[in-house]
Design a protein around this ligand. Sequence first.
Ligand SMILES: Nc1ncnc2c1ncn2[C@@H]1O[C@H](COP(=O)(O)OP(=O)(O)O)[C@@H](O)[C@H]1O
Ligand SMILES: O=C(O)C1=C[C@@H](OP(=O)(O)O)[C@@H](O)[C@H](O)C1
Ligand SMILES: [Mg+2]
Length: 175
Amino acid sequence: MTGRLAPRAVLVGFMGSGKTTVGQQLARALGVAWIDSDGEIERRAGRTIPEIFTADGEPAFREFEEQVVADLLAEHPGVLSLGGGAVLSTRTRERLAGHPVIYLKMSAEQGYSRVSNSDRPLLQAEDPSAVYRDLLAERDPIYQAVATIVVDAHPHQRRVADDIIAALRTQEATQ
Ligand SMILES: Nc1ncnc2c1ncn2[C@@H]1O[C@H](COP(=O)(O)OP(=O)(O)O)[C@@H](O)[C@H]1O
Ligand SMILES: O=C(O)C1=C[C@@H](OP(=O)(O)O)[C@@H](O)[C@H](O)C1
Ligand SMILES: [Mg+2]
């Protein structure tokens, strides 16, 4: 599955785990390109993620996300940071098989504190911390199932990137 154009690493995990931030650090350290599926969605749509959710709804966003992720898995050779809900798609989970998939795992408390002031559409709720906690609990087994490497996402982002590099080296050495 992992060919010349396949990503070196695909980052998954819940909102605030650092996929976007750590992904950039990781790509820099590995000397490869970086792309974020949310950024690519916004670029192609010419709209922000919140605008897409508001105008088109979540199901339409998920359909578009599935297509963009399929394209990036097929053609992006560097580090690919996914949006937190990309793995909800069965087809995306199937497409992830054979790729080095890193789950940035973290607690609801710390994760929520990182995104509580953001404009993430799923957190525009009456009790956003409860939504965050419940969705994380629901999704944790999915992230776990698609991952080939699980890293602790609590430390400083540079440390998380270093831990991913060490785990990738170990994984690559055993292949
Ligand atoms: N390891 C970390 N330590 C401290 N803050 C972090 C860490 N990783 C990410 N952040 C911060 O948390 C927020 C969300 O990070 P982001 O990379 O957008 O997460 P994700 O893409 O997984 O939703 C950003 O403000 C980012 O600077
Ligand atoms: O978990 C989710 O369903 C989502 C996560 C977001 O990305 P991050 O995980 O990068 O915050 C973004 O794709 C959208 O708001 C939906
Ligand atoms: Mg992100």
